[in-house]
Design a protein around this ligand. Structure first.
Ligand SMILES: [Zn+2]
Length: 290
């Protein structure tokens, strides 16, 4: 055999061994669930992928359902709230049958959120939600539909830079509100189209005292989005939308200090950081680049 032929044989042998290793590991791998990211910030979303027999997950007291996917696996989202405690925890993943559950470590990282003051006029500060509005928003967050309409990657609803990130502690006219920013604000001129981040069904499209003209979309399997302060709405409840469809036009209705888009992502009813899902450039960074 020539040197060349020997090298070729060695390569084949190596490939064969590699194949054998992958092949023998495959049945073991198939029994295991994975969670990502392994280290998550406050406001982050965990993605859990499992073999079909695993049907639910739980982190501390927060449950998450794992839904059957078209590839035969199960998939679920589990939100980490801004108000959760950092630390190392065990994600418990259970089966529908009496098979052994699985435990995966999850590190919730300490996350520092800045403070931000918002100047409000007496008229805008005096706006409050009605009990009927509060009830509608609660039922929107709590309704989790089984059919998945959403797909990665989500699209930004507008192209403008981010004037206020997720999680900042909010002050109104210098007074702490005890609330955090549950979404992101993007700079948007009045009248710019606001687009759906991914496919779904419109749950509501109407006027609210504080939120202004707002749209809520159910994307299925625990993911929802909401778009606020629009000047005009062009969709109605019950309509199906695709990624990028126009929902309405930017404005400054409700408790707002000027035209912008405030939008929110919910996972199983918990506000999560949209910046983990969509690439958003802070206006401070955008200004430096110019
Ligand atoms: Zn906002």
């Amino acid at each position: 055999m020539s040197t060349r032929a020997i090298a070729h044989t060695r390569k084949l042998l190596a490939a064969g061994l590699l194949f054998a290793a992958v092949f023998s590991a495959a049945p073991l791998q198939a029994q295991k669930c994975t969670v990502s990211p392994a280290q998550v910030k406050l406001g982050g979303t965990l993605r859990i992928i499992c073999p079909a027999e695993f049907t639910s997950a739980k982190l501390n007291d927060r449950p998450a359902k794992l839904y059957p996917q078209t590839d035969g696996k199960r998939f679920g989202l589990l939100p980490i709230s801004v108000k959760d405690a950092p630390g190392t925890f065990s994600l418990l993943i259970s089966r529908a049958d009496d098979g052994a559950p699985q435990n995966l470590p999850v590190v919730i990282r300490k996350t520092i959120f800045p403070s931000q003051n918002v100047k409000l006029t007496p008229e805008t500060e005096g706006l409050h939600s009605t009990p009927e509005e509060m009830a509608l928003l609660t039922s929107f967050r709590e309704a989790i539909s089984e059919t998945r309409s959403w797909a990665d990657p989500l699209a930004p609803p507008v192209s403008g830079c981010m004037t206020s990130p997720f999680g900042v502690k909010r002050l109104h006219n210098g007074k702490p509100t005890g609330e955090y920013h549950g979404g992101v604000d993007q700079r948007t001129p009045e009248g710019e189209p606001i687009r759906a981040v991914t496919a779904g069904t419109i749950t509501f499209a109407r006027q609210f005292n504080v939120l202004g003209n707002a749209v809520g979309i159910d994307h299925g399997q625990g993911l929802e989005s909401m778009y606020l302060h629009m000047s005009r709405l062009v969709v109605a409840a019950g309509a199906a939308v695709q990624r990028g469809d126009i929902l309405g036009y930017a404005g400054s209705t409700g408790r707002s200090t000027g035209p912008h888009l405030h939008w929110v992502l919910y996972v199983n009813g918990v506000n999560v950081n949209p910046a983990q899902w969509v690439k958003l450039v802070p206006c401070s960074t955008a200004a430096k680049k110019r």
